[in-house]
Design a binder for this molecule. Structure first.
Ligand SMILES: Cc1cc2nc3c(=O)[nH]c(=O)nc-3n(C[C@H](O)[C@H](O)[C@H](O)COP(=O)(O)OP(=O)(O)OC[C@H]3O[C@@H](n4cnc5c(N)ncnc54)[C@H](O)[C@@H]3O)c2cc1C
Length: 203
């Protein structure tokens, strides 16, 4: 129903959640109150380590499935080297994929159907945040159904979510060099990546 085959707008992720032994928990560098995010140099994805008491959730997602295995291995190596995590199990990894809101628009409502959330490809392209757009689109879709004005739904959604992201990508090497240079600028990760992309703060 969404009518798009554009795979450049799909986030692919691998993730694992595992329990820490008492010894591993006491040596784990990741703190309960401080989720850790690590951005890929090309800014096309990020890895994370979240502590949930004696459980750890580790993963990496990006807008480029071809590089996911290599980037994930490099990330795990980095976590070991930096002593954030000593051992990550090799099995029980889970894979995920979902479309983000960039590139060609999907056909999200029509005769007898309406798409919301991931089905409509609404997650933010920079952060992968999809819960808020899923809740918002569910609500707007319900309102449109109640007043029998389905044609309004796509427009009202665009108004609430703002402009779509661009699906254009730089060549891999250039993206790596440029992204690494930007991330090295003091305040860049804080002000643009975290404040703007993740926390939606402006100014
Ligand atoms: C690893 C990972 C981490 C993420 N972290 C965040 C985050 O921190 N913040 C954030 O905002 N977003 C995050 N996202 C994105 C977010 O999870 C999704 O965008 C969001 O859950 C989409 O909501 P949804 O209701 O559209 O789909 P879903 O949450 O996938 O819900 C769809 C539901 O439909 C059920 N279902 C499927 N098929 C059928 C069927 N045939 N019959 C009945 N039920 C069915 C599924 O079991 C599921 O429960 C993350 C995604 C991943 C993969």
């Amino acid at each position: 129903m969404g009518e798009t085959a554009d795979t450049s707008s799909v986030v692919v992720a691998r993730e694992i959640e595992f329990s820490l032994s008492e010894d591993a928990a006491s040596h784990c560098g990741v703190e309960q109150e401080r989720p850790e995010l690590y951005f890929c140099a090309d800014l096309s994805g990020y890895g994370w380590c979240f502590r949930k008491e004696n459980y750890l959730n580790v993963g990496l997602g990006r807008l480029d499935s071809a590089q996911l295995p290599a980037r994930l291995n490099a990330f795990l190596e980095f976590l070991r080297r930096e002593k954030r995590v000593s051992r990550v199990p090799e099995s029980r990894w889970r894979g995920h994929a979902y479309a983000v809101r960039q590139g060609p628009t999907r056909h999200i409502a029509g005769e007898g159907f309406v798409l919301v959330g991931d089905a409509a490809g609404l997650a933010a392209s920079a952060s992968g945040e999809g819960i808020l757009p899923a809740v918002l689109s569910g609500r707007l879709a319900a309102e449109a159904i109640l007043i029998s004005r389905m044609a309004d739904y796509p427009r009202r959604l665009e108004e609430r979510l703002g402009p779509r992201g661009s699906a254009r990508r730089l060549p891999d090497r250039i993206a790596d060099v440029l992204g690494a240079a930007l991330l090295a600028i003091p305040g860049f990760a804080r002000r643009l990546v975290l404040d703007r992309w993740f926390l939606h703060r402006s100014g």
